[in-house]
Design a protein around this ligand. Structure first.
Ligand code: 2AM
Ligand code: CA
Ligand code: CA
Ligand code: CA
Length: 269
């Protein structure tokens, strides 16, 4: 994708993300219709659907040859990464949206022929937009994010983890993750994968590990983290497949290999 096309798309996507955020803020105290999906904790509201529909309608009108891959079913059945694809999570952190009315984000990643060109993660209530264009750096609102600092050790790291890592899980022995959380400085659990990616890019988290995430949870975050020199792989250190569910590790490059070799591979079931 050439730079002018990327700039124009970025401008349009940013405008729609901000408009969608405004819609959510204006209706934040309206009564919610809450449904469940795969299980009782997997929530969806009419707002998730309305915001996704907002994007799909506009994209289809303005860019009829672009495809949309999105969580709530209004997008396309995307089977290849050819062409331009918008990967959208209308509300990432739906449980936070329902329970807290904050700590959720709109996540929009734009990929062209499999390459992440644009990432936008909008913390709607705090009005903080994390954004990146490939090769042009990442931003928190209008402030450019510095590259991740040169040196970092696990002892000084703070990692985004949810409680499932410490329960019996299908990926690593529970005791290995306990060994890890004792080694590092601390853990945080924010409940929005997109925001955790953004925090890694900002350098306020040094890494984020997730057992299973979908394309729309990670598409924007991968672009943004990449622009500050962070790395995103699955928890075996292998490349993420953008059209599939993956385990996810996004982090500072200085701790990536050590996390895998000394904790995850060791504890692997
Ligand atoms: P969501 O809010 O868009 O569903 C914390 O639960 C994080 O994991 C959120 O980013 C959430 O995205 C994501 N997630 C992925 N799969 C999930 C599932 N089956 N149930 C709940 N959250 C899920
Ligand atoms: Ca969901
Ligand atoms: Ca999500
Ligand atoms: Ca969602």
């Amino acid at each position: 994708m050439d730079e002018d096309t990327r700039d124009e798309l970025f401008h349009q996507a940013k405008k729609w993300v901000e408009e969608a955020g405004e819609i959510i803020r204006n209706k934040i105290n309206d009564p919610l219709t809450i449904d469940t999906k795969s299980d009782a904790k997997d929530l969806v509201t009419q707002m998730d659907k309305a915001i996704e529909y907002f994007f799909v309608q506009r994209i289809k009108q303005e860019y009829p040859n672009h495809l949309v891959l999105s969580e709530e079913g209004y997008g396309d059945d995307v089977t290849s990464m050819d062409g331009t694809i918008w990967i959208i999570d209308p509300i990432d952190g739906t449980m936070n949206f329902v329970q807290q009315k904050r700590n959720f984000a709109i996540s929009v990643g734009i990929y062209h022929d499999g390459v992440g060109e644009i990432g936008l993660i909008y913390n709607v209530i705090d009005d903080v937009l994390y954004s990146a264009k490939r090769t042009q750096g990442a931003f928190r609102n209008d402030v450019k994010l510095p590259k991740l600092k040169e040196r970092l050790t696990l002892e000084k790291s703070m990692l985004g983890l949810n409680h499932y890592w410490l329960c019996d899980n299908r990926l690593v022995e529970g005791t290995e993750m306990q060994r890890l959380v004792r080694k590092i400085r601390g853990t945080r659990s924010y409940g929005s994968a997109a925001l955790e990616f953004a925090f890694v890019a900002e350098g306020i988290l040094d890494g984020y590990l997730a057992i299973s995430l979908s394309p729309w949870d990670i598409a924007a975050g991968m672009v943004i983290v990449n622009e500050v020199g962070g790395v995103s792989t699955n928890i075996e250190g292998k490349p993420l497949h953008i059209l599939e569910k993956n385990s996810v590790m996004t982090c500072h490059p200085a701790i990536h290999d050590q996390l895998i070799q000394e904790y995850i591979q060791v504890g692997k079931k």
